[in-house]
Ligand binder design. Structure first.
Ligand SMILES: O=C(O)CCC(=O)C(=O)O
Ligand SMILES: [Fe+2]
Length: 363
């Protein structure tokens, strides 16, 4: 028989202790069989799904771009158009093998299936490095309401560091997936750059566009009251570009820019595809031409879901602002130059808050 929340935990603090501090995560909480959502996960009314018009018809979603003939002008044009009009698209025939993708998904399940004592070694309190962190929600200390998600976040520094610090359960598959996706990342950045008059992805531009990489393994367990909470709250990414692998469960929603009103579209899972989105750093560098768009993840009442975003970021010490190539023609800059590390700190200081992070770089 399922335990109720009341029989397992008598106070709100006991739930937080079990999930956040003891390292059980929401996965552990879900697996106790609780059938009532604890208070701290109840999102404010305006953040709940009921308030959004979501267009579920698959023909009204983000573009799907076939990368198989990527030398053709039509492909780079489709990428740049999608970056301007949606800020989000899916790619198929992208060059990352199905085997590598399946191994990455299996590795994610393998990591989250580890005993709590193993995962907890990588918690904020215990991890040997800030570059490797297992946690839950987004910033539990800064959030008004918690989010129904656990994660492992890995900042890539070098193969040597990864082989020392990354968990055995997922290290090999994660490195392989990151390496295989690199040509795709470069190609997309080349397309987006050329369209902004950046002639070449030289060393300086590589460091600015893709100087550091973070990969997250996300786990969204089954939730007792999915309508009252979220998997991830509305936010835009702080990356240059994000490459997202999602499984077949679905639940990612993207705000639609084209319809003007507060409309959202569902991103339907397509087997073998990768979801690409523009992040704030790219919106700033393109002086607002490419859009870093709000998205959110629903909690799910019947299934566990996983996703694996690769955040392709500027180097932390990079100064990011509208590119000279963009403003050379007299275009007025709408963002100031900011140190990327300051921008990221600003993002993590608070809970998810829609598109507000980018105001930090407003002129
Ligand atoms: O799980 C997903 O589909 C998206 C996750 C996400 O938006 C993020 O980690 O920034
Ligand atoms: Fe995101």
């Amino acid at each position: 028989m399922h335990q109720t929340l009341a029989s397992q935990f008598s106070t709100r603090d006991q739930v937080t202790d079990f999930v956040v501090y003891k390292g059980n995560g929401v996965k552990g909480l879900s697996e106790t069989g609780i059938n009532i959502l604890p208070d701290q996960y109840i999102q404010p009314f305006e953040e709940r799904l009921i308030n959004f018009h979501v267009n579920d018809r698959t023909e009204e979603s983000i573009p799907v771009i076939d990368m198989s003939n990527s030398d053709e002008k039509s492909v780079s044009k489709a990428v740049c158009d999608a970056a301007e009009e949606w800020g989000f698209f899916q790619v198929i025939n992208h060059g990352v093998s199905m085997e590598v993708i399946e191994n990455m998904k299996a590795a994610t399940h393998r990591f989250f299936s580890l005993p709590v004592e193993e995962k907890r070694k990588l918690s904020r309190e215990k991890s040997l490095s800030t570059n490797v962190r297992y946690g839950t929600s987004f910033s539990p200390h800064a959030e008004k309401a918690l989010e129904w998600k656990d994660y492992l976040s890995l900042l890539y520094v070098s193969e040597a560091e990864a082989s020392q610090l990354w968990p055995d359960a997922c290290r090999h598959a994660t490195l392989e997936y990151m390496n295989e996706s690199k040509p795709l990342v470069k190609k997309l950045l080349q397309f987006l750059g050329e369209n902004l008059n950046v002639k070449e992805l030289d060393k300086t531009k590589e460091s600015l566009f893709m100087g550091s990489t973070r990969i997250n393994l996300n786990y969204y367990p089954t939730c007792p009251n999915p309508d009252l909470t979220v998997g991830v709250g509305r936010h835009s990414d702080v990356s240059t570009l994000t490459i997202l692998l999602q499984d077949q469960i679905g639940g990612l929603h993207v705000r639609s820019l084209t319809t003007g009103t507060d409309r959202w579209v569902n991103v339907p899972p397509i087997s073998g595809s990768l979801v690409i989105n523009i992040g704030d750093a790219m919106q700033i560098m393109s002086n607002g031409r490419y859009k870093s768009v709000e998205h959110r993840v629903l909690a799910n009442g019947t299934n566990n879901r996983i996703s694996v975003p690769i955040f392709v970021n500027p180097k932390p010490e990079s100064l990011i602002g509208p590119l000279l190539e963009v403003i050379a023609n007299g275009e007025k800059p709408v963002y100031r130059d900011v140190l990327y590390t300051d921008y990221v700190k600003h993002f993590f200081r608070k809970g998810h808050d829609r598109k507000k992070t980018i105001d930090f770089a407003n002129i």
